[in-house]
Design a protein around this ligand. Structure first.
Ligand code: 5GP
Ligand code: MG
Ligand code: MG
Length: 200
């Protein structure tokens, strides 16, 4: 699905499918250079990172392996607590492996900080992080993130794997939804939101 297939639900398109694909190609070139001669294990964090892993893996011109984890970072509220529960663990033994965690978005960064430490403690040779999106205003940790696609404003974004109530994951673009979709007609959504910016 593309943004033009649900125009009434969208307040603003932040990143088109073309912009996303181009940036994933650039990140893949960086990763190929850094992992030359190695066999990286891409660890996708379900469910949001499915599209990033799938496109990044096919863009990478090198052998690699993929595995998946599902974690739950939120308690009852919508704010990340840093307390993480593993819902689905890896099948792969990480001893000596070069692990590249692939994420859709880093918000507070608390989930990823926990995950990085957890995977490193399993004897991995290296653990790095690749995320398509980052919300710099919200970061609560100084976790080093090696590969970053774009910085986005502090808005709730959906598409390209990211959901609202499990919907919009199949949207090719990354967008900010119209407040009416959340039943929040009273929110002023007349002005434009800040654009997404490529992280160099
Ligand atoms: P963190 O621990 O970094 O605060 O939580 C990151 C997770 O929160 C992401 O993997 C994603 O599941 C969710 N998240 C954070 N911001 C957004 C957003 O703008 N849209 C959506 N759909 N999910 C988000
Ligand atoms: Mg995620
Ligand atoms: Mg979600």
């Amino acid at each position: 699905m593309r943004a033009e297939d649900c125009p009434d639900e969208i307040r603003q398109v932040l990143l088109t499918t073309e912009e996303i694909q181009e940036r994933i190609g650039e990140l893949a070139r960086d990763i190929e250079r850094d992992y030359a001669g190695k066999l990286p294990l891409l660890v996708g964090v379900l469910k949001g990172a499915v599209m990033v892993v799938s496109d990044l893996a096919r863009e990478l011109r090198m052998p690699l392996e993929m595995d998946w984890m599902a974690v739950s970072s939120y308690g009852s509220g919508t704010e990340s607590t840093g307390v993480v529960r593993i819902l689905k663990d890896l099948d792969t033994d990480l001893t000596g492996r070069d692990v590249l965690i692939v994420e859709d978005i880093i918000d507070s960064g608390l989930t990823l900080t926990w995950l990085t430490q957890n995977l490193a403690s399993r004897g991995a040779a290296s653990v790095e992080v690749c995320t398509l999106l980052r919300k710099p205003e919200r970061l609560k940790t100084d976790l080093p993130v090696r590969y970053i696609g774009f910085d986005v404003p502090n808005e709730f974004v959906v598409g390209y794997g990211l959901d609202y109530n499990e919907r919009y994951r199949n949207l090719r673009d990354v967008v900010v939804l119209h407040p009416a979709v959340f039943g929040a007609d009273d929110i002023d959504a007349s002005g434009p939101v800040e654009p997404a910016r490529k992280v160099i």
